[in-house]
Design a binder for this molecule. Structure first.
Ligand code: UDP
Length: 330
């Protein structure tokens, strides 16, 4: 069955490529916009790809003129918290001005539905866990602030222009497409699970950032959510908007937290190998515990994660990592 045309910005990146793939499988006509500054060309079907920067408002308008687009799913953004604290201008320019350019192009072109890739970082150090959507904005880094700013832009674009949007606030995106073609490939990599694999594959120890937190084993607790479950949430949000639903924001997480040590153990079980690690100081700005209350998403959009088991998440990521390391060696 042929469904509507959807524009996916940042569709050559990690979550964007999984979502574009799932949209295609479900019969949507997908166009990916990516400037390939951090995304990977090989993640996108070449026929779908338009190499355009989201800052190029006229370029986006030309793409919107190609066919009637029903909606946009907006992933294109820089995502490294550490980098955002060194070069904030890069994050405000790309994430905020870039989004403003996209919204301008959408209004000019009459496209009025957008699903936005937001983050748990909008909550900063939450006072209560599990976190509900009503928790106040309190970002503690530039990356989180850049996402808050876009959420606020979206509020005003709805009020003034009737552009409806869903903000999905992700917890820890992880795992890989079970087929093993798509996965996490950041450069440089900063995320825990791929770093644990790299430590196994290279023998170079990974650093655990702090073991003196007020958690049962002293390491930080996070809510790891499978990238395909995230992709599914985007499609449900899209369908909600296209069905006339109002703008809203939803947390996307499994609602169960795992400590860094528990993730290390899961990686050792799945791979059958010891992870070489050292314990280092805390990483600045790391909250001790981030776990989602995703009741709202489950109830309003009937979202049900299919890969909520940590071992399932880790084994899909390991499957991808093994294929990738074989390809890199050949
Ligand atoms: N972490 C760690 N060592 C690393 C990378 C991450 O101990 O080399 C910890 C980090 O402190 C956090 C968890 O692993 O508690 C997940 O971090 P990640 O960077 O993957 O995602 P974040 O929670 O920052 O979005």
């Amino acid at each position: 069955m042929k469904r509507g045309s959807i524009l996916v910005t940042g569709g050559a990146g990690y979550i964007g490529s999984h979502t574009a793939h799932l949209l295609g499988e479900q019969g949507y006509e997908v166009t990916v916009v990516d400037n390939l500054s951090r995304g990977r060309r090989h993640n996108v079907d070449p026929q779908r790809l338009r190499v355009v920067d989201i800052a190029d408002t006229d370029g986006l308008c030309r793409i919107f003129a190609e066919r009637p687009f029903e909606a946009v799913i907006h992933f294109a953004a820089y995502i490294s918290v550490g980098e955002s604290m060194h070069v904030p201008e890069l994050y405000f320019t790309n994430n905020v001005s870039g989004s403003l350019s996209l919204l301008t192009a959408m209004v000019r072109s009459g496209v009025r539905h957008l699903v936005f890739s937001s983050t748990a970082a909008v909550y900063g150090m939450p006072a209560a866990v599990p976190i509900k959507e009503e928790a106040p904005y309190a970002p503690v880094n530039v990356y989180g602030e850049s996402k808050v700013m876009v959420e606020k832009l979206l509020h005003w674009f709805d009020l003034v222009h009737g552009l409806r949007s869903i903000c999905l606030r992700y917890f820890n995106a992880s795992g890989a497409d079970p087929e093993g073609k798509l996965g996490e490939e950041h450069e440089p990599e900063t995320h825990l699970i791929p770093l644990l694999f790299q430590a196994i594959l290279t023998g170079q120890p990974v650093t655990i950032f702090g073991e003196d937190y007020a958690t049962p084993d002293g390491t930080c607790i996070r809510d790891y959510v499978h990238v395909n479950d995230l992709a599914e949430a985007h499609i449900l949000a899209l369908e909600w908007l296209m069905g006339g639903g109002a703008s809203d924001a939803f947390n996307v997480g499994n609602g169960s937290g795992y400590s860094v040590r528990e993730v290390v153990r899961a990686v050792e079980e799945v791979t059958g190998k010891k992870v070489p690690y050292v314990v280092g100081p805390r990483r600045e700005g790391d909250p001790p515990k981030l776990v989602a209350d995703s009741t709202k998403l489950r109830r309003a959009l009937q979202w049900t994660p299919r890969h909520s088991d940590l071992r399932d998440i880790v084994s899909s990521a390991w499957n991808f990592e093994k294929k990738r390391s074989v390809q890199q060696a050949s």
